[in-house]
Design a protein around this ligand. Structure first.
Ligand SMILES: [Zn+2]
Length: 524
């Protein structure tokens, strides 16, 4: 390590000496080799100053015949500045790389951009690098305004650099580095432009920028302060809770590094377009959307913002039903599935914007995992109905835990959802079952007897006649006639003003749930 440093310093000193002694002041950084001529030709044709992404050189060959065109350092600089740098894709750019550092040290730096980390630079670099410093006293040297640079995040790894129109400027040169104090290289130059989009950067990573402004003939130069830019990573919604209050939806998302705030978008239920719903500042990653209409499903997206008016990508959309505690609500429950008929029930839930609770047998979970995932995505709840429909009264405490755990684990594995409710098969349980299970026992208040009638119309009629605010309805999605009844059941209830909610949602607005307890309804 020490040897490496020593080698580096030697190299740097040698290079600095060579460079400083060979270069007049105006060729302050990154001599450009053959490309210089090309760029100048283009400038003469009036193509410079456009917004294309081409590499340009600051060095003025005409003015600085001493600039060594064949300097290998200069070629390196151009090559690395032209393309996305390999360091950025492998994520190792944060560590000092010997080659890169050497290259950086060999490059003369713009005025005011001296590498403070290099002990050999200060003192000796100032004088040789500014041999014309006394020029500042010459009255004919044109005055330049102060360049102000801003770096704002744009989606997809882009950083938008923008700056003011500087009085007296005839050339703007933008420099970039992955380090704050060194390694700056030219990424863009123009005659009149006031912005540039730096693309294909790594989201989440910090980049540093400087703007150098030159007067005509490069007689004067002014530099901006170093600014940092970071393409913001994508924010992702993690939860939308509909349990926080009447018609309120509480959003939560992952924090994004470098974000100065977040914008929340809500899908307009009539136009289908996402519109601004609200925003939060600072590091807060929650937002409550108040006063939504109960029984309606709302979709949201979120994105991170930065202090310079930039933003990251939109998150994926996430939806949730708003619950109005003043409106009627009812919990439809389906047991013994999932089965081949479950999709019919899910179609109806999607159509009417409802939630239901599926008490599943663990042995069917893997086979119909797609249906369960869809149920979870629709905002439904998955409950536990043992692994193979056991009568819990016939099992020991250890056996009860075993058949329940196997089911909860299968559900978690296939859907990611946490199982929090137990419905014992046959409604058969011990007083200790809920505590043993670590879940409240959920029974029902309306038994449709669908398993017995196997009649679509009988099931529809039974629900319609017996529904009431706070009821828990028992059905079985194992049976096709029941699944075929789902559309009419939900249509009737929705038209009658019911919000179709999960058991946990119903409970949350009607006194809550407790382990060790048994529930069959949640009246107001
Ligand atoms: Zn059952």
């Amino acid at each position: 390590m020490k040897n490496q440093i020593a080698k580096r310093i030697t190299c740097v000193v040698a290079a600095s000496f060579l460079f400083h002694s060979a270069l007049p002041q105006t060729a302050v950084y990154a001599a450009a080799g053959q490309q210089v001529q090309k760029v100048e030709d283009e400038e003469q044709k009036g193509t410079a100053g456009d917004t294309s992404n081409k590499q340009e050189s600051v060095s003025d060959k005409t003015e600085n015949p001493a600039v060594p065109d064949q300097t290998p350092v200069a070629k390196d600089t151009n090559a690395s500045a032209n393309q996305p740098e390999p360091e950025e894709t492998d994520g190792t750019a944060n560590q000092p790389e010997p080659e890169e550092t050497d290259g950086t040290a060999n490059q003369p730096k713009p005025e005011g951009l001296q590498d403070t980390e290099e002990p050999e630079e200060p003192g000796e670099s100032d004088e040789p690098q500014n041999p014309d410093k006394p020029d500042k006293e010459k009255p004919e040297k044109p005055k330049l305004g102060k360049p102000l640079l801003k770096a704002a995040s744009k989606p997809n790894g882009t950083i938008k650099l923008s700056w003011n129109k500087v009085s007296g400027a005839s050339e703007y040169v933008l420099l970039c580095s992955t380090k704050k104090d060194s390694g700056f290289h030219r990424i863009y130059s123009c005659k009149k432009g006031t912005s540039y989009k730096d693309q294909n950067r790594v989201p989440g990573k910090v980049y540093y920028y400087q703007l150098a402004v030159f007067s005509k003939g490069r007689a004067s130069r002014a530099d901006s302060k170093t600014v940092s830019g970071r393409p913001l990573e994508k924010a992702e919604l993690t939860e939308i809770s509909n349990l926080s209050g009447s018609g309120d939806l509480a959003l939560t998302w992952n924090p994004v590094a470098g974000a100065s705030g977040y914008q929340i978008l809500r899908k307009n239920t009539s136009t289908g377009k996402y519109e601004e719903a609200g925003s939060v500042k600072g590091t807060k990653t929650t937002y409550t959307d108040h006063g939504r209409s109960g029984g309606t499903i709302y979709s949201y997206k979120v994105y991170a913002k930065d202090a310079d008016g930039g933003r990251g990508n939109y998150s994926r959309a996430m939806s949730q039903m708003a619950i109005d505690s003043s409106k009627k609500m009812i919990a439809l429950t389906y047991d013994d599935g999932p089965s081949a008929h479950t999709p019919l029930v899910l179609d109806a839930l999607a159509k009417y914007g409802g939630h239901a609770t599926f008490f599943v047998v663990g042995s069917s979970v893997d086979r119909y995992a797609d249906s369960l995932r869809r149920a979870v995505a629709l905002g439904c709840e998955i409950g536990n109905h043992t692994y193979s429909h056991s009568n819990l009264k016939n099992l020991s405490a250890a056996q009860v835990q075993s058949v329940l755990q196997a089911t909860s684990q299968a559900v978690k594995k296939q859907t990611g959802a946490q199982v929090r409710l137990l419905r014992p098969p046959y409604g058969s349980y011990h007083t200790s079952t809920s505590s043993t299970a670590g879940m409240p026992v959920i029974l029902w208040s309306v038994d449709t007897l669908d398993w017995k009638t196997r009649s679509t119309s009988a099931t529809i009629q039974c629900v319609q006649r017996n529904a009431y605010d706070g009821a828990i309805i028992l059905m079985h999605d194992l049976h096709q006639p029941t699944a075929m009844a789902a559309d009419a059941v939900m249509k009737n209830l929705t038209e009658a003003g019911y919000q179709l909610v999960t058991v946990s949602e119903l409970a949350a607005y009607r006194g809550g749930l407790r382990i060790g307890a048994v529930y069959s309804q949640f009246r107001r």
